[in-house]
Design a protein around this ligand. Sequence first.
Ligand code: FAD
Length: 624
Amino acid sequence: MIYQAGKCDVVVIGAGHAGCEAALAAARMGCETFLITMSMEHIALMPCNPSIGGPAKAQLVREIDALGGEMASNIDKSSIQMRLINTGKGPAVQALRAQADKREYYNEMLKTLLREEKLKILMAEVEDIEVQNEQVTAIITKTGARIECRAVVVTSGTYLKGRIIVGDVIYDGGPGNQYPAQKLSDSLKRMGLALGRFKTGTPPRIDRCSVDFSKMVEQPGDERLLSFSYLGQRNTRPQLSCWLTHSNARTHQIVMDNIERAPLFTGVIKGKGPRYCPSFEDKVVRYAHKEAHQLFVEPEGRDTDEMYVQGLNTSLPEDVQVQVLQSIPGLEKARIIRTGYAIEYDYVIPAQLKLSLETKKISGLFTAGQINGTSGYEEAAAQGLMAGINAALKVKEKEPFVLKRSEAYIAVMIDDLINKEADEPYRLLTSRAEYRLLLRQDNADLRLTEKGREIGLVDDRRWLAFQQKLEMLEVEINELKYTTFTPVNKEIADFLIARNSAPLRDRISLWELLRRPEISIWDFVELGLMTDNGLDIMEQLETQAKYEGYINKQLEQVKKFEKLENRKLPEDINYDEVYGLSNEALQKLKLVRPLSIGQASRVSGVNPADINVLLIFLEKKRRK
Ligand SMILES: Cc1cc2nc3c(=O)[nH]c(=O)nc-3n(C[C@H](O)[C@H](O)[C@H](O)COP(=O)(O)OP(=O)(O)OC[C@H]3O[C@@H](n4cnc5c(N)ncnc54)[C@H](O)[C@@H]3O)c2cc1C
């Protein structure tokens, strides 16, 4: 029996990483928001690796923070270890990575959601989305609640028709033995949306007490106190370590002896899995020449004995998982607490979305997260934030908020999803970005916080902190640029000798001096030439000085890129009239309907010859 259960502006379906960001963004932008999720105990669940960040993902988390999202603050409060990785490489690929206490991550996110004034949480399964004249009007739950709304954001993750596979044991289910969402896929199909099937997998969790750490290499956290959020709440509690071990020939032999029982190779698993998170059995088969694979044993939290075995994603039968584990140094007596498994689930083909993550077919219907064919907490959270923002802007009848590839990794990901055909779950990599030197983790606020303020998501506290940072940067950059020394300055001359750096030939500024690879900004602090303005500011100053030339070069490239991005395509263009397009390009352009020549050039299957045909067609139209 369906009953009228309420009315609001925005309904968000699912309280995973995407759903939490979407609901908070819509509520913080002033919309009455309902967050509906199947389990109150699994909000912001980390069903897989207990970590946030790493290359490209750290940049995403910082961008979410810069725009006023929540993930960065949440991991800062619940981290058990922080590390800066790729420190030996350039700033474009340096990345923060945190190990999370999964239970605390949940607690902190729940506290934040419950504190949000315009946000209501409901535990229920949404089975149907009501649509009238291609506009969403309400959602219906399994227990008959009808909630009227003006926009819906679907963030159902890996639950749509979820199917769990462990060897020959197969059953309908969601992550962590929750139940799957059986009906919502059918509702989306009834609206005319095309769905696909993907798969992902997770490793077994083992008991800390059954691990012999003396046979592993400790991976401690970074001594410096680091944080993801620009609001900088640093977690001062003691850090926990991870542990490195390796598989060996015996491990690989056990897998090969049981390969005919591996669902990945027996054809039981149909969905395509993430290339960059392959299952262990897949690695053993694909890289048969490798004698050993790295495995990291990571704590899942402070108050639990569960340890996550990173690198051992598997859907092998449980008895084989035990043998595999016990063949690994330090795990000879390992006891499984949770079995590794694979999960197959439905996802929405993202070419059906606009760059605002609204579906082209149904007005007011947005999708975000794993449902769009991505993999990863950070990728999901970033999409959730954008979909939540755009659902709120839709309700307020304002222009959608869309970022450019030259402004944010968020835009690189969404643009790739919509324009490039993906036959496997999409994971963000720094190599996917053309302008990665501009899209660093240290400058996301300089790129995005002002935009977050304009759309009404960046609150006063963050805005004030940002203004103060801008002022401080300006002062310090001027200091560095206008503080100069001549070759006769003995202190500087001695310092350069000590640093094995070339003597001065002419008057030079600190800024120019800082460009020298052997000189660090911390040297200037030691010399008393400047004060320590905190890691964030100092890192910013050093990167801007040392990479000024490269940064300017990329800014020039961006100018060229924007020329094509600003070459708009008419919304009502009839591609059947554009003679000379290849069949594939015609089919893809009609499906994606790109907004600009720039976007058209990135649609998979559209090649440069097709772009020329399009440009000639537009020119003829203009002349006519
Ligand atoms: C087994 C497994 C292994 C994984 N391995 C990896 C990996 O190796 N690397 C990696 O990067 N990522 C991995 N992931 C993916 C990662 O967990 C997801 O990317 C991330 O959680 C996606 O976030 P999301 O918000 O899109 O969805 P989820 O976190 O899945 O959250 C979806 C939410 O929607 C709710 N929901 C679903 N349907 C309904 C409905 N009809 N009504 C109400 N509520 C609903 C659910 O209760 C849940 O709270 C794995 C996930 C799983 C399950």
